[in-house]
Write a protein that binds this ligand. Structure first.
Ligand code: ZN
Length: 200
């Protein structure tokens, strides 16, 4: 810090800098310019989206893109996702809205494993303003039922597993309690029954 102030003072007083000082100034200026050029030349949102295109494709959830991910230990993966839909349908008047009011806190939603890692989606639901009926509402997504902390396809996978194995075995594999596995299984069973249309 002291050195920088001293160099700045000498610069303003037109006192010659040593060769080493000149080189360090040149290095800092060059790198700042390089960083600014790279940062400003890339549209940030698009760059990030493209950066995780491969993971978005691998995740294969409708109308969702991956914007970040995090490896937690050796057995867990957190994938941060956002909706790519511009509009949401108002549940009060059934009209589409494009006006995002705000975004809720991140929710962790259990999903199918990726590369044998247990996987959670981190997702912040958007709240929309409806210009037609003046209500606000939280967007609904096809891949998860509101209020549940697991995806529709995870529920289906657990249902299939419990049909083949015991609840306790599945609970152990998934690192969840038997009560939770039982409740996921029962929800899945209702949807898979021949009378599902009546029960739902
Ligand atoms: Zn409305």
């Amino acid at each position: 810090m002291y050195t920088k102030v001293w160099m700045g003072y000498r610069f303003t007083k037109n006192i010659r800098l040593s060769r080493l000082e000149r080189e360090s100034v040149f290095y800092v200026v060059t790198n700042v310019r390089l960083f600014a050029t790279i940062t400003l030349s890339i549209p940030r949102g698009r760059a990030m989206a493209q950066h995780y295109d491969w993971l978005t494709e691998l995740l294969d959830l409708p109308n969702v893109r991956v914007i970040h991910f995090q490896l937690v230990g050796t057995q867990r993966l957190n994938v941060v996702v956002e909706s790519i839909l511009e509009a949401a349908l108002c549940p009060h008047c059934q009209q589409p809205s494009l006006i995002v009011h705000d975004q809720g806190d991140a929710q962790l939603i259990r999903d199918l494993p990726i590369w044998s890692r247990r996987c959670w989606l981190s997702y912040r639901p958007r709240r929309f303003d409806c210009a037609t009926c003046n209500n606000t509402f939280v967007e609904r997504v096809a891949w998860r039922e509101s209020g549940l902390d697991y995806t529709v396809r995870y529920e289906q996978a657990i249902y299939e597993k419990v049909r083949r194995e015991s609840v306790s075995q599945v609970a152990q594999d998934e690192r969840l309690s038997e009560d939770i596995i039982q409740s996921i299984f029962e929800r899945g069973a209702k949807k898979s029954s021949p009378n599902a249309a009546i029960l739902v």
